[in-house]
Structure formats: structure tokens, C-alpha cells
Design a protein around this ligand. Sequence first.
Ligand code: ANZ
Ligand code: ZN
Length: 816
Amino acid sequence: MSKYSKVIDTKWQKKWEETELYKFDKNSSKEKLYCLEMFSYPSGANLHAGHWFNFGLADSWARLKKMEGYNVFQPMGFDAFGLPAENYAIKTGVHPKDSTEKNIATMEQQLRNMGAMFNWENEVVTCRPEYYKWTQWLFLQLYNKGLAYRKKAPVNWCPSCKTVLANEQVVDGTCERCGSEVTKKDLTQWFFKITEYADELIDKLDTLDWPAKTVAMQKHWIGRSTGAEVTFKVKDSDLSFNVFTTRVDTLNGVTYVVLAPENKLVDELTTEENKKAVADYKVEAAKQSDIERQQTSREKTGVFTGSYAINPINGKEVPIWVADYVLATYGTGAVMAVPAHDERDFAFASKFNLPMERVIAPKNGETPELPYTEHGILINSGEFDGLTTAQAKNKIVEKLHEKELGSKKVNYRLRDWLVSRQRYWGAPIPVVYCDDCGIVPVPEKDLPVELPYNVEFAPDGKSPLAKCDEFVNTVCPKCGKPAKRDVDTLDTFVCSSWYYLRYPDNKNAEKAFDPEVINKMLPVDKYVGGPEHACMHLLYARFITKALRDMGYLNFDEPFKSLTHQGLILGPDGLKMSKSKGNTINPDHYIEQYGADVFRMYLMFGFAYTEGGAWSDDGIKSVSRFVERIERTLDTARKLINTAKDVKTTIDKPEKELNYWRHNSIKNVIADGEKMQFNTCIARMMEYTNAIAKYVTEKTINTTFLKETVDDFVRLLAPFAPHFSEEQWNLLGNTYSVFNESLPKFDPSALIKDEVEIAVQLNGKVKAKINIASSLTEDQIKETALNDEHVKTAIGDKTVVKVIVIKGRLVNIVVK
Ligand code: ANZ
Ligand code: ZN
């Protein structure tokens, strides 16, 4: 018998492949289960511990489900477009296609060596024309529905990557990729109208089995805010502007109004003597990022325009200021300032000596310090005095509505999704510009618009596509005259927004997918991946699903029913692994030494799945010793099963004890495994091992019972140690494969112990421990306790006042 090692891994991987053990059977009568892990980016690096933690452990979950009787679909692929390959090309001259395909080949091999039950026949690779043809198709569907549009907009621009960034890719004012400070630039860009789905994207979150934190992050990101839009007329002018407020109840407390420096009205409103100050201020403000401008703690700045506005509820005149704490991109780019009840207005008014008017009082009648930002009762508000905040919001809007100076309004923080990138390595935007016909979508029959291979990579900030004449120059699909192609490519998040729809029907050459197939296979039942995608991929995918549903292609609302985020595996120093810190863990090295299953089981046992933690070499060593112990124990058991001399057929105390641990494990491993609490699953398997190890030292053995128990053990271990268990299953003389078996059945009666040990207390102090039959009634327990010799001595000549029995645990005797 060979000891467990990498050799066993290879042996069974080969056999699994030859016998197509994991092939998805479309015609199976079993219930489908779509288990998906976020596909990876084919970077040059090897498969790392993080991939293993994500894919390996999710695979164990999928295996549990397979053995529970589900028809499991678990595909894998590559998110293969993107900036790194292009930057690498600029640096080294290696074409992105070549480096990416090479990396895919390496990574795919490593993924195969993991021994996961991936459905490789369903692989998708987003950078191949047979995939991006359909990404372009998706673009056209959105365009036809008015969900893709072009507009000139100030966009985030990374001067070093020389590209536009989505809001999500700007972290604290810097580029997520290279860390350079992000600036603003006006460019005509393509957008997807995700905002059209803002309400549903919020409302349906509560129907999902997703981590609460991720749900909260998406809600915050979408940022629905219910309030009112109120019109302020400019004094002595025809001009007017709207403000968005969530506290229209404070309208009588407005003492000034503020426009964002970028607001188009600013120049028109500013009086002659204020022109210079306002112009200077606008220049300064343009240098600040939105994030800086929103910080409450920041010193407030601003200038007066010289003009006044009229409060629509009471006719009061209030000064119009320009200040950068008001953002151009939110609401209407203008606010009504209520310094008595808003933090930022308070700070601003304090600095510029603007008046404050208290209009909300707490219900308890006290006079709190300003700013008072809570809800309360209206004061100093004329006819609205005495109303609560909630009542006043309705009444004031009603009144404004009558005067046509205001209405209810919902605002969102969410912005439309900017999808065009001035880069080469992405799916070309399938659009042509014609002098006569304008924007002309490429007809579906002409897809894909292929990326030309022969282009020039240079660090000049110009897209290689823009410099490629054969690509740029084309004819208008409508009128046949010379026209030009769009030279931008789609954000890679567009590619990954629909990949889960392609997997089940990945070879379809006629359509992106056959709705009939997809509606059967989706939604994804379990999605596993990192939490960093909360407000990007996970939001985009939900939007695309909803848009395709509304076009009639899909009959479900949400792509991912249940979501789990695995934690992060850190280096032994507790820091995030990185090449520069030299603290990375190379899985190959450990797999070489211990085998893939030891590596996988260590990741399960050493960490809570959703937490992760620091790598420990001692940890993997101890898991390796555990696997050796299982191997020795099963060896002994097998020998006994085949050759034991003193055999019996009865179930006595030792059999009952082993059976207890067997079923205790079956029950808990299945329950904890379902919740991806792998660490406790392994702990239960340790107990199960110990119980077998103890039993095999008995003088007489029930070999039939032992064989059943050991078979169950291997079945239960199989999802967590697939290669090792397949080997053991085979050694036990069972038919291939253990993965065609069901999980062992739990027998609750095995957990009822015949005898239990209970403590006997005297006035709350333990005096004795006694063994009693678990079938005894309360009275019988009392009697047994009182007759125990130790207890009798302890009672002595004291009087028993009361006996309290807590079944299965203790008896407390109260004495005087
Ligand atoms: C008056 C007021 C009084 C406000 C009060 C708050 C409290 P959320 O919840 O984020 O939607 N606001 C509106 N547009 C803004 C902009 N472009 N830049 C900066 N601030 C803006 O916040 C809405 C509130 O933020 C609005 O309600 C407005 O201030 C401010 F006691 O109006 B409020
Ligand atoms: Zn034309």
C-alpha cells in the first residue's frame, strides 16, 4: 500500500478524467445545482493560496452537494481582457494575446491539478472572439433598448494609465491600479443606464441569501434618498434653480443657499464686483476631488455671488453663495442651507457669520445645542408650527406643489456605468461613426468586430486601435460611405457581467445563449468569491440580468441566489501576501511535499472560511499528521475486516460507542458543511477517527459493523479529501467511485446514550458523579441519587428540604 502523496492525486485525477466522472448530464432527473466561483484573471503568477481557498473549498462544498444527490454544475474560465496584459506589452513588446493565452495554458493546468470537479467542457475565455462576439451583442441589445448611450462628461482620468476610470476604480482620489492621483477630463464616453434599475437593485437585495455587509454596501452605494426638490427664484431676475433636500421640513430655517462651483448658473448670477473672487474660487475648487469636498471635518470655503434667492415658503430673501462642499454631480448641484440643523451648513455659517434660524425642537421641549440634526416638532415656521418632521414634510411639499415650486423627489448616489476605455485589450465597441448617418451600430451578422492583432504598443497614451488604420476605416453599414469605427474598448466588467450566462451553453454559435437552457440552469445557486466585488461586478451582473430579463431573454430576476465571500489567507507574518514582501505561500511546494488533499484540508481546518487568517507551517504539518493517522487507522481496520480471528455479530457497548461518534459526525459534518463551516467538519472527522482507532483495539470485533462504519467514514471524508478518499474507497474493495455514492444517512437513535453521567450537588456543590440509565424517570433519578453511598455520607444527619432534577445533567439536593 502506498502512503498518501501527490502520486495518489495524479492517479485519481487521470481516472476521473478518463471516466468523465464529473461531466454534467443535462438529462439527469436529479435537481440541478449551479455552483460558481468567480473566475480568475490569468496573470503571469502561479495559482496562489487565495485561489485554492476560493476554488478548493467551494469544490468541497459542491462535492458534498453532489453526494447529497444534486446534479452539480461547476464551470471554470478566465476573465482574460484587461489592463495588466496591455501594460506588460508596452513594457516588453509581448503581445497581450500571446501572454494571456500562455498564462491561461499554465493556469488551466494548475487548476486541473487541484482535482476539483470543474466542468472544463464548459470553459469560457472572455478575450476570445467566440466569447466577445456576444459581449458586443449584449452591448447592441442595451443600445437598442436605450440603455447604452453616449455623452460628454467630466470623467475620472488616470494620467499615468492614460485612461478613464469608473468611480469604483478611484480609491481615495487615486487610481486603483497604479496609485497615481486621478484628475478630471471632459470626454465623450459610452454609459450603461444602470440608474434605471436603481430601485429594483435596492429592493431585491432583501430577497437574496447574501452576506449582510455586502447587502449594506450595495444599498449604500446605490444610495437611495427620499426628499423633495424645491424651486428658488432669483431676486430681480427670471432665473431660478432647484435644490434637493431630504429635510424640506426645515425650509423655514434656510438662511442662505449654495451652488456648486460647476453649476451653470454661477456665472449668470454673479454680480460684477464678485466676478473675480468667484472665478478664482472656481479654479481652486476644480483641483479638489469629490471625496475631499465631501469630508465633514474639512475647513469650509466659499464665496458670495452678490445675488439673492427667494424662499418659496415664506418669501424671505437669502444670499446665494458658491461653495465646494456642494457637489455638482449630486441632486441638482445646489442646496438650501439650514445651519441650525445640518452639520456642514453649521460649520459654513459659523465661519462666514451667516445667521441661523432654529425651526426644529425636540419632543421633550428642551433647547439643544446647535446643530440639532434629529427629527422633532416645528417651531418658527408659521402655519406649520407644532407639526412633526414627518407631517411637515408632507404638508410643506403639498403647499409647494400648489404653487408649482416643489415636489417629492427620490435621489440616488448611483451613477450610470461608464463602460468605454481608451485601451486596446478589450472587446471593441461595435459602433461605426458616419458623417451622414451618425452613430450606426454594427449589424449583428457582422459580429464580432475583431480586435486586429498587428498593432503598435507604445507608452504615448494613444490607444493602439486609434493608430490602426485598417481597423478605424470602414464603411457605414447603413449608407455604404466611408465611416470610422469606435476605437474604444469595453470595460472588462462588461465581459464579466454576463459570463455565468454563457457557461451552460458555451458552444452556442447562433446565440449568446439559448434562453431555454439558461432558464433551466440559472440562477446560480451558490456563488463564491472575494468581497472586493461588492459594488462593482456583483452590482453590474445584477443589472445586466435584469436588463436581459426585460428584453425577454431571461425569466429570473437575480443571477446569484446565495453568495459567500471567502476570507483572505495572509502570510505567516499576518500581512497580505505580496511578492515584494516575500511572504507568499506557493501551494505547489506544499502539494509536492504533502499532497493536494493535505493542502486543502489545512485550509479548511486552519481558518474560518469567511475570515481567513495567517498561514502556519505548523498548522499544515499537524493536518498532515492527522491524515497519516487516518491512514494507519483505516489500515488496521481493513486488516481486521479481512482477517480478524475473534469476530462477533452482536452490537454491544463498544459498538454503541463507535456508532455514537459515527452518527454525531454524520449529523454535524453535513450541517456544518452546508454552511461552509469547514473547520468544524474536520474537527468532527477527527473525533470519528479517534472512535475508530479506539474500537480497533477491542479484543472481539464485529467486522460487518466495522466495515459499514469505515465505509461511512470514507464517504463522509470524500468531499474534503477527494483523492485520498477515492484511494481508501478502492482499498476497501468498494466499486468506483466514492463520488457516485450518497452521503451516509444519519440515524438519530444512535445519539441516544443508554447511560448518562450526572452530577449530584448538595446546596449547589458537586458531591458525587453517578451513572444512571437514560431511561429513568425523574422520581427514579431522585431515588438513585439519594441512595448513592457518597451522597448519603455527604447528607449525614442534615434534613433534605427539596430535590431538584435537571434531566440528563444534574440533581441538586437542598439540605438544612
Ligand atoms: C437641507 C437640509 C437641512 C439638508 C437639514 C439636510 C439636513 P443625502 O441623504 O445624501 O441624499 N445636499 C443636496 N444636494 C447636495 C449636493 N449636490 N452636494 C452636497 N450636499 C447636498 O443628503 C441630502 C442632503 O444633502 C440634502 O438635504 C442637502 O442638505 C444636501 F437639516 O437640505 B439638505
Ligand atoms: Zn452612413
